[in-house]
Design a protein around this ligand. Structure first.
Ligand code: NAD
Length: 491
């Protein structure tokens, strides 16, 4: 039933991909498709079935129908499905790597690490299946609470880390006993449909995972209003998150938001500058800065400011930009021209406002070089706006207190790095930083499956992670009591 095939028209291999609904590949009800381009070559990569409201309704119906089947399996059976899915993904890793390169412009090393992280995540979630715990409460009665699946969860994912983010939501949803409708970004739909097939091969009951590539609107409006959708887990931009959160609130839907970031990396005067520069350069330029945890504001204490600017500039200038298939490439393409122009505008606006270009800054579409801009200050666009491109904005701080104030001077609050040899100072700063995640002497771009991943302020709310972190979003607690002794009622 696979729609996947290679179309050799015009000498270019164009893949065709369908929707994955109720365990089957199918075309959209309308017959519509949309084009998925390779960001490096600009060529058409895939023609993908374009889900409309009717398709989304069918996917929700299939997920709703599958809740009983999925929940009636024993914990051991469900755990095995997740384990088999992880193994199938691992076995097919090279195929997934290829798609991540062609569809999302990932470099070879980013694509490989994304696949292995996804395998690890699904395995970690498998371990959760039999650990969803309730609580007993001290009471004159027998009083306890159990956690139950919410039912149908809609997962909406972005294009930048399209496999890991989808695998995470799917694995967390399934491990807590829910069924899912996954709506991936139209910029990276193929990888998500492939993930759906992997779970199918692993023995997931039909309908327990449905993948429907399509536009945000009007599908988002359907999701927030549909009575059978019990929770929405969203990763993407703050603007889209805010829009959907409004609809979700109006319909009292459970809603988790993993949004944008303007992540600070604080370098204190006693830091190991070489180590700090290495970690910051990795974070700022990983996947060409198109990572939500990118160290895009480097806040450096005065005495080591110029030395740090120099170290960052020299490391960034040595990064290779170009064909993501070449194993030597550090920075592949920017996802599309609109985003590339936006990145360049943020750089030029800041330079026009008095910032200093240290290296990079000249676009070579579809590539943008590793760029370091120094003397950035609050109010400049590189200080305020999420860049989502390969730009490290360096900001001078008078002292640690000023660094903290500058770091917290942001509407975002996702991840941060602090570089210091004084761990006490580092821990104190970590407690005061208005972010969801802080790494002392490491890159802000860091995650593990079992952690409370998430942000504060306009970086979102809710936490994603195995070991109970996702239970708030993905389960309902139910309080149950048993009367143990005869009770006297007032009337
Ligand atoms: P986006 O908000 O444009 O799109 C994200 C998803 O939302 C896509 O699937 C898109 O089709 C869908 N969408 C758009 N409008 C919608 C609507 N009205 N209703 C329902 N769905 C809708 O974001 P993007 O450009 O794909 O991704 C980049 C953004 O994602 C950046 O801001 C980045 O920081 C953020 N991000 C955050 C995390 C995190 O964990 N915090 C991780 C990765 C990316």
């Amino acid at each position: 039933m696979k729609l996947e095939k290679i179309n050799q028209s015009s000498g270019i291999a164009v893949r065709e991909e369908g929707l994955f609904v109720n365990g089957e590949m199918r075309a959209a009800v309308s017959g519509a498709t949309f084009d998925d381009f390779n960001p490096t070559t600009g060529e058409l990569y895939a023609r993908v079935a374009d889900a409309g409201v009717e398709d989304a309704s069918m996917a929700i119906e299939a997920a709703q129908a599958a809740t009983r089947t999925w929940q009636q399996l024993t914990g051991s059976e469900r755990e095995n499905v997740l384990w088999r899915a992880a193994s199938a993904l691992e076995e097919q890793s090279e195929e997934f790597v290829e798609v991540l390169i062609d569809e999302a412009g990932s470099t070879v090393s980013k694509a490989r690490s994304e696949v292995s992280k996804s395998v690890d995540l699904v395995r970690a979630a498998a371990g959760d299946v039999r650990r969803v715990e309730g609580k007993t409460t001290p009471s004159a009665k027998c009083s306890f609470s159990i956690r139950q699946p919410v039912g149908v969860v809609v997962a909406i994912t972005p294009w930048n880390v399209p496999l890991t983010l989808a695998a995470k939501k799917v694995a967390l949803g399934l491990s807590t006993g829910n069924t899912l409708v996954l709506k991936p970004s139209p910029l990276a739909p193929v990888i998500a449909v492939m993930l759906g097939r992997v779970f199918d091969e692993a023995g997931l009951p039909p309908g327990a995972l449905n993948v429907i590539p399509g536009p945000g609107k009007p599908l988002g409006d359907l999701f927030v209003a549909h009575p059978d959708v019990k929770a929405i887990t969203f990763t993407g931009s703050t603007a889209t998150g805010k829009y959907l959160a409004g609809g979700a609130a109006a319909n009292l839907k459970r809603f988790g938001l993993e949004l944008g970031g303007k992540n600070p990396a604080i370098v204190l005067r006693d830091a190991d500058l070489e180590r700090a520069a290495q970690a910051i350069v990795f974070s700022a330029f990983y996947h060409s800065g198109q990572n939500c945890m990118a160290a895009s504001r480097v806040i450096v204490e005065g005495p080591c400011y110029e030395e740090m600017v120099e170290r960052l500039g020299s490391r960034a200038s040595n990064l290779k930009v170009g064909d993501p298939r070449s194993p030597e490439t550090h920075l592949g393409p920017i996802i599309n021209d609109e985003q590339l122009q936006r990145v360049h505008r943020l750089v030029t606006d800041s330079i026009n406002a008095g910032a200093r270009l240290v290296c990079g800054g000249t676009p070579d579409p579809p590539f943008y070089p590793a760029t370091v801009v120094a003397d950035v200050r609050p109010g400049m666009s590189l200080f305020e706006e999420e860049t989502f491109g390969p730009v490290a904005a360096v900001i001078q701080a008078e002292d640690a207190a000023d660094a903290l104030q500058l770091a917290n001077n942001s509407r975002y609050g996702l991840s941060a790095g602090i570089f210091t040899r004084d761990i006490q100072k580092g821990l104190k700063l970590a407690q005061q930083l208005e972010v969801g995640m802080v790494h002392i002497n490491d890159s802000p771009t860091y995650t593990e499956p079992t952690v409370p991943f998430g942000g504060v302020k306009e970086s979102g709310y809710g936490r994603e992670g195995t070991g109970g972190w996702a239970w708030q979003e993905m389960t309902e607690s139910k309080w149950i009591t048993v009367l143990l002794e005869e009770k006297q009622f007032p009337f």
